[in-house]
Design a protein around this ligand. Structure first.
Ligand SMILES: Cc1cc2nc3c(=O)[nH]c(=O)nc-3n(C[C@H](O)[C@H](O)[C@H](O)COP(=O)(O)O)c2cc1C
Length: 342
């Protein structure tokens, strides 16, 4: 048992989840928390022109305001996706809006894109010096009508353009009314084209929900192909509850172990129905080296985690990546792409 799971996590879990998150973020942003690093050349990959030292990134929603970008490498993440950032600052939904379900190793959140807005994030990023890959996840401001979404995403993209190695159009959060309808072909093309009209060379991803039917995923894949998107991120949180032993009755997006199965089904569908040029980032329910391994066998190029980090603590990437490297040794695998072909 680690110090985190025996002492720190029980203490942190005494606190309100959002308070604990704020405290953790403050400590991380001051460089007070770090973990041992796993260095292994088999973990590094260059994808869409970007070098990733390892394939495990921190998923969007943790560092919403890009306050700790200079410190995430200390926690062993190969990349960090900041945001979701919206064009305008907004407070998000009323509290409480983040809930733990420890017996399911899960979280439910209905944060609603609380963030300082794109200008503040750009200001902060302009003074930062990150040592890990930074992706920037963009969302629609609550005050912006759905029909005006393209201009909203475009403005955020313009403000943040110099600071992201890649960008993500988030149209899959369940906590902004109507947002997920932007996953439909017409609205999605309009948003992508608005962003590409500013810069069509910047790597661009769309993050999708685990609750989409396969036909809807196929439509997104068609759009991705037609607009020459860099890739897809599968998946966001789920609104489903059927996999839980009991229904906690809180609305919002469910993450962690219970979303793993759905996220993996979508990941597999995406990677088996897309052209080889599309980069696929697998997210949802990663808590161990085997979970990470499975995402690659299903076709992921890169992976991200959020909830596993809450439950695993500062040793999370160390634990997951060392288990992963041991399995590479056991199976005699020399690269991540070899796992994808298994
Ligand atoms: C508290 C919380 C806030 C999140 N906020 C965002 C967000 O702002 N934007 C986003 O694209 N995803 C957000 N997510 C979703 C995660 O990035 C990830 O897609 C999802 O949680 C599944 O991964 P996991 O099972 O490893 O947590 C959030 C998740 C949690 C738990």
């Amino acid at each position: 048992m680690s110090l985190y799971s025996s002492i720190l996590r029980p203490l942190a879990f005494q606190l309100d989840p959002e308070k604990a998150h704020e405290l953790g973020m403050t400590a991380i942003s001051k460089g007070l928390i770090c973990s041992p690093e796993i260095r292994d050349s088999r973990l590094s990959q260059t994808l869409f022109g970007v070098m990733f030292e390892n394939p495990l990134g921190l998923a969007a929603g943790f560092d919403k305001n890009a306050i700790a970008v200079d410190h995430w490498h200390r926690l062993g993440f190969g990349s960090v996706e900041v945001g979701t950032i919206t064009r305008y600052p907004q407070p998000g939904n009323p509290k409480p809006r983040l809930f733990r379900i420890p017996e399911e190793k899960a979280l439910i959140n209905r944060m609603g894109f609380n963030n300082d807005g794109c200008e503040a994030a750009a200001q902060r990023l302009s003074h930062s010096n990150p040592k890990t890959v930074i992706g920037i996840n963009l969302g629609k401001s609550k005050v912006t009508e759905l029909k005006d979404a393209p201009a909203d995403y475009e403005a955020s993209f313009r403000a943040l353009l110099p600071y992201g190695a890649y960008f993500v159009i988030n149209v899959s959060s369940p906590n902004t009314p109507g947002l997920r309808s932007l996953q439909e072909k017409g609205p999605l093309i309009d948003i992508i084209q608005a962003i590409q009209s500013v810069d069509s060379t910047k790597p661009l991803f769309v993050k999708i929900a685990p609750d989409l039917e396969f036909e809807a995923v196929d439509e997104v894949l068609q759009v991705a192909h037609d607009t020459k998107l860099t890739g897809l991120i599968a998946t966001n949180t789920t609104i489903a509850r059927d996999m839980l032993k009991y229904d906690p009755e809180e609305t919002g997006g469910l993450s962690g172990f219970p979303v793993q199965k759905k996220a993996n089904e979508i990941l597999k569908h995406v990677s088996s129905h897309s052209s080889p040029e599309l980069t696929v980032i697998g997210v949802g329910g990663i808590a161990s080296g085997d979970d990470l391994w499975n995402k690659f066998t299903l076709g992921a190029h890169l992976c991200q985690a959020y909830t596993g980090f809450i439950y695993g603590g500062p040793m999370f990437t160390y634990t997951v990546l060392s288990q992963f490297v041991s399995r590479m040794d056991r199976e005699g695998v020399k690269s991540i792409s070899e796992i994808r072909q298994k």
